[in-house]
Design a protein around this ligand. Structure first.
Ligand SMILES: Cc1cc2nc3c(=O)[nH]c(=O)nc-3n(C[C@H](O)[C@H](O)[C@H](O)COP(=O)(O)O)c2cc1C
Length: 422
């Protein structure tokens, strides 16, 4: 019986442990987590979601406050068209954070950045171009294009000196999405270096409708590889979504994937950016506590714990400070909010709508998004005497994926006695 360590992902002629920790915004896949993956010879992602705000937390900057002050007069106005990010600040924040993580990188692995097209930031092209070029300027190893078809994204960066040297990958959920991406970019003569095929059991936003249960990752991976064979292509495929054990990973590696992308098990590690009490909610979850809903204003379904505060707490949108979801001055949450207000809803009770205010709630860790198998997390660690679960280290989870066999999951070591295990 094989383990993941018997395989290698080859990118640009170099070999890597075929484990990729997926991007998890907002700052759940922290620099610390990505650095561990790289140190252990795999690939870690940071995410550029709400980078200005994340920067304020780590680097003592005040981008969010500055923006909020600048646009204060727009608070009562429905139209936020003029509430724009300062591109110089976006560039500065991105460069600072990427340079910091790249300086701290040790080991033979790589650090990629997850860039979501749906993070429109009220000037979709300009902000995306700025984020991508700044990350390349600051030395990022690779860019994973996420949450969108990215039909025109490569053109935004084709003049950058690193366009052909930085690794570029795209996340797709069907071979058709890959086909569209390749056709749209054929003239650039720059194929992606890898394709992440994300199935319906993943965390975060899903590239499926609410009929997600009719699809399965293995079939899509095979379809993508069959399509590649037909076209004479051999772009490494990274399979993700519901790969919970080393044995799950091996089965995909034997079935034509070059690596796996995993996230949920790392969301509860010590290095993840979720607050510890939220990690405990993930451990406690049962299968019935997880749902796929349409609360995200992106229009994509999202999987989350049903008790995510974002699903019950309505609030006044805060686009002046954040506004990461704005597109041409509005956002589906904003529209619903104002409709409710115009219909006489009492704002002093913070209007509750069908959609959720993703910026504010993600920033406050009130959206507890997770993969389908989050309910199995409790089987990956010890339950302690006080009823809480021991948080594993990222190294432990990484090595469990890398070396485990037979579907077994190694429990983390209890660090200091006396730890009383239930
Ligand atoms: C907490 C969490 C947040 C996520 N956020 C993002 C994100 O910001 N962008 C993205 O492309 N994918 C996101 N994902 C998807 C992961 O990167 C990954 O592809 C997927 O969850 C892998 O499946 P698994 O969680 O079952 O291992 C997120 C997943 C989780 C669990």
């Amino acid at each position: 019986m094989k383990c993941v360590d018997d395989f290698r992902l080859v990118l640009g002629g170099k070999e890597y442990v075929p484990i990729v920790i997926g991007g998890m915004g907002v700052d759940i896949s922290t620099a610390k987590l990505a650095l561990e993956a790289a140190r252990l010879g795999g690939i870690g992602h940071i995410s550029d979601a709400m980078y200005m705000d994340v920067s304020d937390r780590y680097f003592n900057t005040d981008y969010t406050e500055t923006k909020a002050t600048q646009y204060k007069k727009y608070i009562p106005l429905h139209d936020k068209t003029d509430v724009l990010f300062d591109l110089a600040m976006v560039a500065e924040a991105t460069k600072r954070q990427v340079a910091d993580v790249m300086e701290r990188k040790r080991g033979d692995g790589l650090i990629f950045i997850n860039c979501m097209e749906k993070l429109t930031m009220n000037a979709a092209r300009d902000t995306l171009r700025t984020r991508l070029t700044s990350a390349m300027d600051a030395g990022i190893d690779g860019i994973t294009l996420a949450a969108g078809l990215h039909q025109n994204t490569l053109r935004l960066i084709e003049d950058h000196s690193r366009f052909r040297d930085v690794k570029i990958g795209i996340i797709v959920s069907s071979h058709r999405a890959l086909q569209i991406f390749l056709r749209r970019n054929a003239k650039l003569k720059r194929l992606p270096d890898y394709v992440v095929v994300e199935g319906p059991l993943a965390g975060g936003h899903l590239g499926f409708g609410l009929d997600w249960a009719n699809y399965d990752l293995r079939t899509i991976v095979r379809e993508v590889n069959a399509y590649q064979e037909k076209e004479g292509l051999s772009i490494p495929v990274i399979a993700g979504g519901g790969i919970f054990t080393g044995a799950d990973a091996v089965s995909f590696l034997e079935d034509g994937a070059s690596a796996v992308q995993v996230a949920t098990r790392f969301a509860v590690t010590r290095e993840s950016g979720l607050p510890d009490h939220v990690k405990q909610e993930y451990f406690k979850a049962s299968e019935d506590d997880i749902e796929v809903n349409m609360a995200s204003p992106t229009g994509y379904p999202m999987r989350m714990l049903k008790n995510s505060p974002a699903l019950s707490v309505g609030l006044r949108p805060n686009c002046e400070a954040f506004g990461y979801m704005l597109d041409k001055g509005t956002c589906p949450y904003l529209e619903e909010y104002y409709k409710a207000v115009d219909a006489g809803a009492d704002t002093s009770f913070m209007v509750k709508t069908q959609k959720t205010c993703l910026c504010t709630h993600m920033r406050n860790h009130y959206v507890w998004t997770c993969g389908h198998y989050a309910y199995r997390l409790k089987d990956t660690t010890h339950k302690l005497a006080d009823g809480s679960y021991l948080l594993p280290s990222a190294e432990h989870v990484f090595k469990d994926y890398q070396f485990s066999k037979d579907g077994k999951i190694a429990l983390p070591e209890l660090p200091v006695p006396p730890y009383i295990v239930k």
